[in-house]
Design a protein around this ligand. Structure first.
Ligand SMILES: Nc1ncnc2c1ncn2[C@@H]1O[C@H](COP(=O)(O)OP(=O)(O)OP(=O)(O)O)[C@@H](O)[C@H]1O
Ligand SMILES: [Mg+2]
Length: 233
């Protein structure tokens, strides 16, 4: 069953249309990876799903319920969380404060934050460190953990490996996998397309605001056309 369903969505900025009849599904317990060239509209898909951009037309459903045009705070209450591509932590705040900010929608985020410290000991060690003092990989982990404070059913992640050293990329993907294994369905964008698809169940290739290819991640990885056009050969 689809936890998230995007159907024929048009969207954009001002009068510039970016998404043209965009459709995708995220099923329970899946990791789905969106890949495609710069400017294809990948981030725009997540912003539209998360209610940061109003879709011009089309429908978005969460657990079968129409959420088209709903505000981010209402979506968080319904079990959705979003990790943006950039500026996804508050650098002057400590790790602990960042996690508490992630939990403003909860009555008492304390116990969940403690659980997250257990799952990610690195953050536990850095509770009182300013987020701005963490390495790129650690900040990405903090951003991920911050989104988890609301215990989302659906997690949207925009380029978790962006700007990270290749040695750390695998660690971040491993963290994404851990989150998925505990039952959160994940829709992720990855510039690092091969690596992203390798940890995913299914994938979508976006180009110029619509889906060019979709399928099982393995099938996409093995498709010579996809490889040539979108995975760097
Ligand atoms: N806030 C904005 N205002 C106006 N145009 C925007 C805005 N954000 C993105 N765009 C434009 O929308 C198009 C799609 O951008 P988007 O960020 O969705 O692409 P992307 O696939 O995420 O690219 P990248 O791989 O570089 O992150 C681009 O032409 C971009 O310049
Ligand atoms: Mg983007």
């Amino acid at each position: 069953m689809s936890v998230l369903e995007v159907r024929d969505v048009d969207s954009g900025y001002g009068d510039m249309q970016v998404l043209h009849g965009m459709s995708l599904d995220l099923h329970e317990e899946e990791i789905v990876c969106m890949v495609g060239p710069n400017g294809a509209g990948k981030s725009t898909v997540l912003k539209t799903v998360f209610g940061l951009l109003e879709p011009w037309s089309g429908t978005i459903r969460l657990d079968g319920e129409d959420i088209t045009g709903m505000a981010p705070e209402d979506l968080v209450r319904r079990g959705m969380a979003y990790v943006p591509q950039v500026d996804n932590v508050f650098p002057p705040l400590t790790v602990e404060e960042n996690l508490r900010m992630g939990g403003v929608a909860r009555e008492d985020p304390g116990p969940v934050i403690e659980e997250l410290y257990e799952r990610f000991p690195l953050l536990d060690e850095k509770r009182t460190a300013k987020a701005g003092s963490l390495s790129g990989g650690q900040q990405q982990l903090l951003a991920l953990a911050r989104a988890l404070v609301v215990e989302p059913e659906v997690l949207l992640i925009d380029e978790p490996s962006a700007g990270l050293a290749p040695t750390i990329v695998d660690d971040v993907f491993e963290d994404v996998r851990k989150v998925n294994e505990l039952g959160t369905a994940i829709l992720m964008i990855e510039q690092n397309a091969r690596a992203g698809l390798r940890i995913s169940d299914r994938g979508y290739v976006l180009d110029q605001g619509s889906v060019e290819f979709e399928g099982n991640a393995d099938t996409l990885l093995e498709d010579p056309k996809v490889a040539e056009l979108y995975l760097g050969g």
